[in-house]
Design a binder for this molecule. Structure first.
Ligand code: TXA
Ligand code: MG
Length: 317
């Protein structure tokens, strides 16, 4: 398995020499490689078993650096960057010549983010290149929110996992692009849409084109456990699957008492706490491997919007 540790210099050395390292961010753990090193980027796709049509996000620590990677930084994008970076926001901007096509899967835009986690900030500060970093999970499986999650699936494929503890946000960044100058959310995530609209006014939301996805995080099946998962009214689903072993993921209320198959995301009804717990609960249940997992949607507000998006994509359609 990979070595898990807190040695930032070691992680930087590995990245400089073209190796991959898992790094913590406040959203989920990323599988990082030198974005200016095409072989390292190609290796990311291989380790994740990710199709080459699914582009990567560049991560760096300063806005001045981001400006070197893009041809244009429209004022409306800059307003968002000023308001929410470092943080769980990814911007899609026209890429500069410097960015290799392998990073963007040939698209004319590049995804960029300045993460907030202190460990990733220290790591990125000391590098003279951005890192390309998708979530550190096998393609279409549940994103990792601890170093141990990364080790479970990618441990034999990478040398080092930088441990920054459990992720505080727990779901991926919100992705915003500007097609024809119109601010558009392409992935609902850890930055609330209300917060974005508080800065730039009404935005479009376009997270459901599945045939020709602009962001394959938009693909309908994603973030999926191996155990079949069903969404609905939990008491009804429990009655329906009475003959089977059933795991439950619910928001505030426990339906299986103290059973280890019961995961309550936030007893006090806190959306941020629920987001933080979500992927760990899905992974834990997938490992316990009941016959089915049943879940309920959260109220469609606050981070409930992004949580419900992940649950719908993870469920059997
Ligand atoms: O929170 C996050 O964003 C995490 C952490 C590690 O930063 N990263 C992450 O990366 O979730 P990934 O690769 O798992 O998801 C990135 C999404 C994909 O759905 C990809 O298709 C989309 O971003 N994407 C990347 N570049 C794009 C581009 N130029 N245009 C449209 N979508 C893009
Ligand atoms: Mg991902």
């Amino acid at each position: 398995m990979a070595e898990i540790g807190k040695d930032i210099e070691k992680a930087q050395q590995l990245l400089r020499s073209g190796e991959l390292v898992a790094m913590p961010t406040e959203t989920v753990y990323g599988l990082a490689g030198n974005a200016f090193h095409p072989a390292a980027v190609a290796h990311i796709f291989k380790v994740k078993n990710r199709p080459a049509f699914d582009p990567l996000i560049l991560h760096t620590d300063r806005l001045e650096k981001v400006k070197q990677f893009v041809r244009d930084f429209p004022p409306i994008a800059e307003q968002l960057a000023q308001a929410f970076w470092p943080g769980p926001l990814t911007l899609l901007l026209p890429k500069s010549e410097q960015i290799h096509d392998i990073v963007t899967s040939g698209l004319d835009t590049v995804a960029v983010r300045i993460p907030q986690h202190p460990v990733s900030r220290n790591l990125l500060e000391g590098l003279d290149f951005p890192v390309a970093a998708p979530s550190a999970n096998p393609f279409s499986y549940i994103s990792p929110t601890t170093a141990q999650h990364v080790n479970q699936h990618l441990g034999t494929k990478i040398p080092y996992i930088l441990d920054g503890g459990p992720c505080t946000v727990g779901i991926e960044s919100t992705i915003v692009g500007f097609p024809d100058g119109i601010p558009t959310v392409f992935r609902k995530g850890g930055l609330k849409i209300e917060a974005i609209e508080g800065i730039i006014g009404k935005v479009q939301v376009n997270t459901h084109s599945s045939s020709q996805p602009t962001a394959p995080g938009m693909l309908n099946k994603h973030y999926s456990p191996k155990v079949p998962m069903f969404i609905g009214d939990i008491p009804k689903l429990l009655a329906e699957y009475e003959e089977k072993s059933v795991g439950v993921i619910s928001f505030q209320q426990a339906y299986l008492g103290e059973s280890p198959l019961q995961f309550t995301l936030s007893k006090k009804g806190d959306f941020a706490e629920a987001a933080q717990q979500l992927f760990a609960a899905l992974r834990a249940l997938d490992t316990l491997a009941p016959d089915v997992i049943v879940v309920e949607l959260l109220p469609e507000q606050d981070l409930g919007i992004a949580i419900n998006d992940r649950l719908r994509r993870a469920a059997v359609q």
